[in-house]
Design a protein around this ligand. Structure first.
Ligand code: CA
Length: 359
């Protein structure tokens, strides 16, 4: 795609999508502020569009975390591309963790699923020069700042769609973070579903197990959208194809998922379609009734790399009269099943709504 084509697309998209958002905001007094830590990432890009098109949420900021790529500059460009598409250049993008909390970075194969640019090679053109990251603070510093000072009736929702490094760094800066911003939704790990980078490990946790261990034991009221629900929310090829004619956002999703769908076929052996990883995290907030959640104590394996168990999430799922109930300080809730039909419908409706004012 040429720069001109992208520029036309962005201009068109800005005109198309911004009014729909403005209308939604005006009528949604109770929109919850949200800060998203992300490594965009094809599924991250869809999640950001979902957040921007949901009147229940007011996106305060995007924090970039290494993950799908190590190149956080490229990941930030991808976030800015989505914001430009949605006409939301007002949302600040802060750079964050470039490497794991305490251990070296190891490439677990992110570019094979997201492409070397993170968006499947679909949008390589330069952005308008007015779009840039906000360098006044880091992603972790912004999380702390917002949780200390946001004056909304409810504190910001913390959402992590990447390794948990930014959140762990924010905890280092402000140990009271789980009191200030208690609600954390994250995509990561698996309880029973097969892993996607190891036989029981998932990429976000395996990319920085030390950060995951720190965050999951910190006392946040945590909801985990792991592979147990994200793999179960399969988007078929025909579902994806049906999005491209909806509007600019749907066409964008169709374009960036071509690489992702092909990678899931060629590398993971799936017949067609793709799992819904990162957007499921937001869908769990937007439509919690569609998820069965289980509260369990949890540990994360931080055996030195390389290890077959490094990055495993280990919830204590025992129950019944011979084992104790989860202690009160076990505050992590795992999504174990999902009404996939219902959340797919919501996703489609929200993508469709981004063009409501355009037509
Ligand atoms: Ca991600």
């Amino acid at each position: 795609m040429s720069y001109l084509t992208l520029a036309v697309l962005l201009h068109w998209a800005t005109a198309a999508i911004a009014p729909a958002h403005a209308g939604a905001s005006a009528g949604a007094q109770r929109a919850r502020p949200v800060i998203i830590s992300t490594d965009p990432g094809i599924d991250d890009a869809i999640a950001l569009l979902l957040a921007l098109s949901s009147p229940e949420l007011e996106l305060r900021a995007i924090g970039i975390n290494f993950g799908s790529l190590k190149n956080t500059t490229q990941l930030a460009q991808n976030a800015l591309t989505v914001l430009a598409l949605a006409g939301r250049e007002d949302v600040p993008v802060y750079l964050g963790a470039e490497r794991p909390l305490s251990q070296p970075f190891h490439d677990l194969g992110g570019p094979k699923f997201h492409g070397t640019d993170g968006l499947g090679g679909a949008y390589r053109a330069a952005l308008p020069p007015s779009l840039a990251v906000n360098r006044s603070m880091s992603a972790a510093e912004f999380i702390v700042h917002a949780c200390r000072h946001d004056a909304s009736p409810k504190p910001p929702l913390l959402v992590s769609l990447a390794p948990l490094t930014n959140v762990a760094l924010a905890l280092n800066l402000e140990p009271r973070l789980p009191e200030l911003c208690p609600d954390l939704y994250l995509m990561g790990g698996t309880v029973l579903a097969p892993g996607n980078v190891g036989f029981l490990s998932e990429a976000n946790v395996a990319n920085d197990p030390e950060a995951a261990a720190r965050v999951l034991s910190a006392g946040f009221h945590t909801r985990v959208a792991g592979l147990d629900v994200t793999m179960a929310t399969w988007l078929s090829h025909s579902f994806l194809a049906s999005l491209q004619d909806l509007n600019v956002a749907g066409s964008f999703i169709w374009n960036i998922t071509r690489f992702y769908e092909r990678a899931h076929h060629e590398l993971a052996g799936f017949e067609g379609g793709m799992p819904l990883h990162d957007p499921s995290t937001l869908l769990m907030f937007l439509q919690e009734r569609s998820y069965e959640l289980k509260r369990w104590p949890v540990w994360v394996d931080t055996s030195p790399f390389p290890s077959v168990s490094r990055g495993l999430m280990l919830p204590d799922r025992r129950g019944g009269p011979l084992s104790p109930p989860p202690p009160r300080d076990a505050t992590v809730h795992f999504g174990m099943s999902v009404n996939a039909t219902s959340v797919r419908q919501l996703l489609r409706a929200r993508i469709a709504a981004t063009s409501a004012e355009f037509e």
